[in-house]
Every structure is written in C-alpha cells, then in structure tokens.
Design a protein around this ligand. Structure first.
Ligand SMILES: C[S@@+](CC[C@H](N)C(=O)[O-])C[C@H]1O[C@@H](n2cnc3c(N)ncnc32)[C@H](O)[C@@H]1O
Length: 263
C-alpha cells in the first residue's frame, strides 16, 4: 500500500510552510511514483493526524474524495479479510449491535451510506430488508457490494443524490472519520431520512487511557491525535434528532450512536 496523492502532498507542503518547516518527510521513488514512507503504513484517518504539524495545531487536512476513492479502491480486494482480522473475528457481532439499534423492519427502505464492500448487507437481508440501497465513493468496493445483493451507487456522502425524506432507516458504519466534512455528511444522512425514521452511525476510536498504559504504541497514536469523533457526532445528532443514544462496544473502542428524526 502506498500513497502518491498530489493533494495530500500539497497540503503537507502548505502546512509545513505555514509553521516554518521547509522539509517534507523523507521520500523515495518507487515504481516511478513518489512514496511517502510513513504514509504507506498508516491508515487513512491517522494520515490526516500526522499531516498536522503538531498535536496542538488547529490546522487539519481534509480528505479529498479522490484520495478516499483511491485508497479504498486499492483496499477493496483485502478489505473484508483485514476487517475480520482486526476485529478478532467479532466484526459481525459489532455490526449486529448497530443493526439492533437501527431496528429495520421488513419492507423498510434502508440506505447504507459509505457501504464499502457491503458487509452490512447480508445481515440487513436477514432482518427482512429488501429495499436496500448502498452508496460509496469507491467503485471497486461497490463492485463487491453489488455481489451481496443490494442496489449500489457511487456517491459522496456529503452530497447524497437522494430526495429529502426518502429512507426509513439510514446506516453508516466506520465512515465519518474518513469524510472531509463529516458534519455536512451527517446533515445529508438526516436530510434523506423520513420523519420518524432512524439513523445509526458507528465508528471506532482508541481505547481509554487506562487501557493504553501498557501499550506504548497505541498511546503514541493517541498523542499524535487519532481522530475520535464520538462526542462531536453525538452532540451534532442531538441537535438534529431525538432520543439519541450512545453505546460503546469492544473495550469502548467502537461506538454506536442512534437517533430518530422527528415526525
Ligand atoms: C472503513 S470503510 C467502511 C465500509 C463499510 N461501511 C463497513 O462498515 O465495512 C470506509 C468507507 O467509507 C467510504 N467513504 C469515505 N468517505 C466517503 C464519502 N465522502 N462518501 C461516500 N463514501 C465515503 C470509503 O470509500 C470506504 O468504503
């Protein structure tokens, strides 16, 4: 895996110039492309953090849709296996908790925004959902998702191509931390939800400090500013929805937030 994204590099230059640092991280040439050695091994969300000049900086580098698309197109063939491995085989049980909060009923029209390879689809089908729509930026992920038996569309969560009040249920798992303007995306998820419909957002975060003590590597990630949006997402959902509930799973490393749009 490697990153050769001009926007990312340009944003690094802009930031480092802004703080008086002229030198980019050491790079080398690989296969005719510039390869940022650090970025090659970092997940997308952490790259955003390390692109900040210091942990206390207010400067943030938003992800471009192009970078997200390229990253997840590249990951699509291995995504399912990696997710299973990272969740130590418990991925389905975490998803089940999110789907319980969604409480989809047979006949509901459901949107899975940022559906990726469609890992939620089979479980939604078991719940009796037939009118299932997935959307994502990554066409290679969508090609896999389509094989899991739902309608899919290439679309940006920040500008969903659906009318207001279209879906009975909207689900988005492990997506908001990859979106440049997650508030805009959340607004879109609420906009396309029918009055009385339910929205569920789930994502991961670092475990609490006490757990990190013996794990210096994870502690370093926290200090580097790993993005944990759960408080912001919850308060934003409280502004737009009612009955908002937050649940933690897996040593509080995963959160599920649900809420209902006023009828
Ligand atoms: C970590 S994967 C999660 C995929 C899937 N939701 C799941 O639970 O397995 C993040 C997904 O979000 C998608 N994504 C990121 N930003 C997006 C955006 N602005 N619009 C649509 N999809 C986006 C990526 O393409 C990727 O497939």
């Amino acid at each position: 895996m490697h990153v050769a994204c001009p926007q990312y590099r340009a944003s690094q230059v802009a930031i480092q110039q802004a703080v008086g640092k002229r030198r980019l991280r050491k790079t080398r040439t690989s296969g005719g492309q510039r390869l940022d050695i650090m970025s090659a091994f970092l997940p997308l969300r952490l790259r955003r953090c390390t692109a900040r000049p210091s942990p206390v900086s207010l400067v943030r580098v938003p992800f471009s849709p192009k970078l997200v698309r390229a990253t997840y197109d590249r990951r699509a063939p291995i995504y399912d296996a990696v997710v299973q491995a990272l969740a130590l085989g418990r991925d389905r049980s975490y998803r089940r908790r999110a789907l319980e909060a969604l409480a989809a009923r047979p006949g509901d029209r459901v949107l899975d925004a940022g559906c990726g390879t469609g890992r939620n689809f089979p479980m939604l089908a078991v719940a009796g959902v037939t009118a299932l729509q997935g959307c994502d930026l990554s066409s290679r992920s969508l090609a896999r998702a389509a094989r899991r038996g739902a309608r899919v569309a290439q679309a940006d969560a920040e500008q969903l191509p659906y009318r207001d009040d279209t879906f009975d249920r909207v689900l988005s798992t492990y997506v908001l931390t990859s979106v440049a303007n997650w508030r805009q995306a959340l607004g879109e998820l609420v906009r396309v939800l029918k009055p009385g419909g339910r929205l569920v957002v789930s994502d991961d975060r670092l475990p609490p400090g006490w757990f990190l003590g013996p794990m210096p590597m994870l502690g370093m990630l926290r200090r580097e500013g790993w993005v944990d949006l759960h408080r912001d997402v919850k308060s934003e959902m409280e502004k737009r929805l009612r009955g908002v509930e937050l649940r933690f799973l897996h040593l509080r490393m995963i959160y599920v937030i649900s809420g209902e749009k006023a009828a």
